[in-house]
Design a protein around this ligand. Structure first.
Ligand SMILES: Cc1ncc(COP(=O)(O)O)c(C=O)c1O
Length: 383
């Protein structure tokens, strides 16, 4: 007999911020108070930068007040201009940072398995106006970094990776922040690791550090010299202190999420019409999201129906990244936004759903979420 589910007494959201023990935060904040130093390269900032270089296994890093300002500065520091090829399947910040630099986003279609920019289609989008590629490691899955590097080298293009979802991701032991000219990590509260708001750029070229650090501090070189039109992108001591405390929590959070992902897989792996997110060979995952793709015909219920029906049970999933960036009013007029150019992205964006995913979820809750999901399909059976 089909099991009947009731609306949950407490809502389950897509994620919850990882919150450390308040006493540990208080202790760390006491250090900030004692130092009498709240921002502009303080001791917590210095220590946090060093620790992150270690954890992310990168040669160089610069901290920011958020990931969006970091990406804006990344474009400035590489002197990108004209057109930059990017993906329509991302958070609004990705194309917006180009616009804020007077750069025209050129949307390239995506890969149907990884949901990342389709490296095989990049070359056909290159024109004399193209100066770079802004690719996103969507949901933390690495882009085709080898092919993108090859194309960029051949055409003399710069590469920026939006690694907002890819904290501590590694490919065969190499930190994801080593690829491309610059990578950006977001430390927004919704991320696996966060500083409430915050972010970082990583890069190999030591000369970039000087320029990036100037750009994020109004272009101020010293008390009497302002050498470029910079912005205020500085991470403050309170953000850095929170980050330092939270660093000790991420491995455990990652383990919990890995176990939850295992449970989702156990319940949903063989269900007709569902494709589950998987971790590529050799990749250490950020476990940022648990993503399913729903073929409405085969599953017996479309992605949009699943999303709406879940809400009635007090379960809040997310249709990331709907709508495509190419459909925003500010970008839909662009030639590259035409639907014929973005066939895979159009299909993927209508089928993808992120399920609740954070360490605080219990096995019972995952059980319930999966049971409710299965009840949406005709008959509610597994196959
Ligand atoms: C893919 C992507 N890029 C950029 C950002 C912007 O980062 P932030 O919120 O730190 O400004 C986000 C969201 O947080 C994102 O998901």
């Amino acid at each position: 007999m089909e099991k009947k589910f009731k609306s949950l007494p407490e809502p389950i959201y897509i994620t919850r911020p990882l919150l450390p023990d308040i006493n540990e935060v208080s202790e760390k904040l006491q250090e900030v108070w004692d130092s009498n130093w709240l921002t502009n390269n303080g001791p917590q900032h210095g220590l946090f930068e060093k620790k992150l270089i270690d954890i992310l296994k990168v040669p160089s890093l610069s901290l920011f007040n958020n990931g969006t300002i970091a990406l804006i500065v990344a474009c400035q520091s590489l002197r990108l201009s004209g057109d930059v090829i990017t993906t329509p399947f991302s958070f609004p910040a990705t194309p917006h940072v180009l616009s804020w630099n007077n750069i025209r986003p050129v949307f390239c279609d995506i890969d149907s398995v990884t949901f990342n920019i389709d490296a095989d289609k990049i070359e056909s989008m290159i024109t004399p106006q193209t100066t770079g590629i802004l690719a996103v490691h969507v949901f933390g899955t690495p882009c085709d970094i080898k092919k993108i590097r090859e194309i960029a080298d051949r055409y003399g293009l710069k590469v920026i990776y939006d690694a907002a979802h890819a904290f501590n991701v590694e490919i065969n032991g190499t930190g994801i922040g080593n690829f491309g000219d610059i990578s950006m990590f977001s430390f927004h509260a919704t991320k696996l690791f966060h500083t409430a708001e915050g972010g970082a750029l990583t890069f190999k070229d030591p000369n970039l550090k000087k320029r990036i650090d100037l750009l994020k501090n109004f272009g101020i070189k010293n008390e009497e010299e302002v050498v470029m039109p910079g912005i205020n992108g500085k991470m403050n001591e309170i953000q850095a202190a929170l980050g330092l405390v939270l660093l000790d929590y991420i491995e455990k959070e990652r383990e919990k999420r890995a176990a939850l992902a295992g449970l989702y897989k156990k319940y949903l792996a063989d269900v007709e019409g569902l494709t589950l997110s998987s971790i590529p060979e050799g990749v250490k995952s950020s476990y940022q999201y648990f993503v399913i793709r729903i073929n409405g015909k085969k599953f017996g219920c479309s992605r949009d129906q699943v999303y709406e029906r879940f809400k009635k049970y007090n379960i809040f999933t997310r249709k990331y990244f709907y709508p495509l960036c190419s459909e925003y009013t500010c970008y839909k007029h662009l030639p590259s936004s035409n639907a014929g150019n973005l066939r895979t992205a159009k299909k993927v964006v209508s089928e993808v759903l992120c399920l609740p995913f954070y360490g605080g979820l219990s096995e019972g809750q995952i059980n319930e979420i999966c049971g409710i999901l299965m009840s949406f399909r005709q008959g509610g059976s597994k196959n």
